[in-house]
Write a protein that binds this ligand. Structure first.
Ligand code: BTN
Length: 255
């Protein structure tokens, strides 16, 4: 794929169907409503801008036009614990989709649980939301993804960057196509072989692995060494009190 900005609507693997919107509150909310009304797995809701984009941990995701905002409806017949692995699948799809465009001078990393970083700064975020149906299996799951293509918010606590800032003149549709093609590959791999191959590839680019980190939880902050990712995707933290398995939180690398 060329690194020139094309802007044309992307051709996508057959499983996916694209709904293109000019503006929306949140693509996750729009996708949720469509999923509840029977939208099939593979439906992608893509908006040029969002007026009330949402991030993890209740934060706002500022969404001016020029960046990628999309949410994908999936209907995996798995438990919520297994479905959580899809955040790593998505991070790999974003990373590998973008990798082909990136100059070799930049470093692409993954931050637990599901951020994509360039040179230590946040480029993309992922928000999974789901509805449990019968027998504790998922009815639907949404993968919401925001990629900073043309701009990024100013946040000194969580520095971010965008593709334009590192000299990449990609259009939103270039990024969308690269992401969805890589997602198609990684979803198939995850369905066929499970989490192990995902975990292995993700860990190769995990920021802070083997280093001192701080993990902010809703009611406390833990410090320790980022030891590993367990077989379910939880972060294994070694602390003076022993090993802790963390399934949700925010990581800060202490360098
Ligand atoms: C995070 O890193 O906090 C997750 C950010 C997820 C943002 C995306 S943009 C598309 C989708 N719609 C939303 O309202 N949020 C997600």
């Amino acid at each position: 794929m060329s690194a020139q900005s094309s802007g044309a609507l992307p051709s996508l693997p057959g499983f996916f169907s694209l709904i293109e919107l000019e503006s929306v509150g949140s693509t996750n909310d729009e996708a949720r409503s469509r999923a509840e009304n029977g939208a099939s797995a593979g439906t992608i809701v893509w908006a040029k801008q969002q007026n009330s984009g949402r991030g993890r941990r209740g934060r706002a995701w500022i969404s001016p036009s020029g960046n990628l905002y999309c949410s994908i409806v999936l209907r995996p017949q798995v438990s919520p614990a297994i479905a959580a692995q899809l955040s790593f699948v998505t991070a790999l799809a974003l990373g590998e989709g973008l990798q082909e465009f990136l100059p070799t001078s930049v470093t692409l990393e993954y931050k637990w649980p599901n951020d994509v970083l360039i040179d230590g700064q946040k480029l993309a975020g992922i928000l999974l939301e789901s509805q449990i149906g019968e027998q504790s299996k998922l009815d639907w799951l949404l993968i919401g993804t925001g990629v900073n293509v043309a701009s990024s918010p100013v946040d000194t606590d969580r520095p971010s960057t965008c593709l334009r800032q590192i000299g990449m003149k990609l259009s939103v549709t270039d990024v969308l196509a690269a992401y969805i093609h890589a997602l198609s590959t990684w979803l198939a791999r995850w369905e066929k072989t499970g989490f192990e191959s995902v975990r292995e590839v993700w860990l190769k680019r995990a920021i802070g692995l083997g280093e001192a980190i701080e993990v902010r939880l809703p009611n406390e902050t833990l410090t320790g060494t980022f030891e590993a990712l367990d077989t379910s995707g939880s972060l294994v933290l070694t602390t003076p009190q022993g090993r802790q398995l963390i399934s949700a939180g925010e990581v800060f690398v202490q360098r």
